[in-house]
Design a binder for this molecule. Structure first.
Ligand code: NI
Ligand code: MN
Length: 226
């Protein structure tokens, strides 16, 4: 599995021979102003919820790539009405795609599209297959529901967790989340994009180190292979 970070919650994940793009939103992120939206390639686009910092480039990228949008029923229907192809899911459900199995799991957050359209309930994704198993949490608080993941999914190799605090869990709660989901490798996201979610990198890394875990804090455009 290869994870390339494009700021906030935007990753390109190479998995099972496909490119999975998560929450494409470079244009909503001041930190990502030097990154090129044209670099966002995708066979599938996983969308955790409807907030602007997760969907601002979705239509542009979906139009160019023809990628299939995987999200909750409401978000897939919304973009479906605009002519984009998608696969609707809802909490607790899983589906076998050509790259692997995707399970749509709970997130504690809110969800509305930038134009005010109801965007269903926010979620995260657990994805597994020959390449391994990862969890993309989306925007979420620490929640007991995370304990269901090791009970219902294969052992996680890596978890992509929000760590910026204020709008989602901070790194302290993310460290507990990593215990709940029973995962040793964490890639941090949803931090530093705006003043509300700036974090101290050293403190965050140390906290995970103390637990015998690895917190990856990739640079913009950096690829982590696991
Ligand atoms: Ni959000
Ligand atoms: Mn967000």
């Amino acid at each position: 599995m290869k994870f390339t970070w494009y700021g906030q919650s935007t990753f390109i994940i190479e998995f099972g021979g496909k490119k999975l793009l998560t929450d494409p939103a470079l244009s909503a992120n001041p930190l990502a102003k030097n990154l090129n939206i044209e670099d966002l390639e995708a066979d599938y686009i996983l969308v955790s919820h409807g907030h602007g910092d997760h969907v601002s480039d979705l239509e542009t990228v979906a139009q160019r790539t023809g990628a299939t949008i995987i999200s909750n029923y409401e978000i897939v229907s919304y973009y479906g009405n605009k002519g984009f192809s998608g696969h609707p899911m809802n909490h607790g459900g899983k589906w076998k795609f050509d790259f692997g199995t995707v399970k749509y799991v709970n997130a504690v957050h809110s969800s509305v599209l930038p134009d005010g359209t109801y965007a269903g309930n926010p979620g995260g994704f657990v994805v597994w297959g020959d390449g391994g198993c990862f969890y993309f949490a989306g925007d979420t608080a620490l929640t007991w529901d995370m304990k269901l993941i090791p009970l219902t999914c294969p052992k996680l190799d890596v978890a992509l967790l929000p760590i910026g605090d204020n709008f989602t869990m901070g790194y302290e709660d993310a460290a507990i989340a990593s215990d709940f989901v029973e995962c040793e490798n964490i890639i941090g996201c949803h931090y530093d994009s705006f003043p509300y979610i700036e974090i101290n990198h050293g403190d965050a890394s140390q906290l995970f180190e103390k637990k015998g875990k690895k917190l990856f804090l990739p640079k913009l455009g950096e690829t982590i292979e696991l």
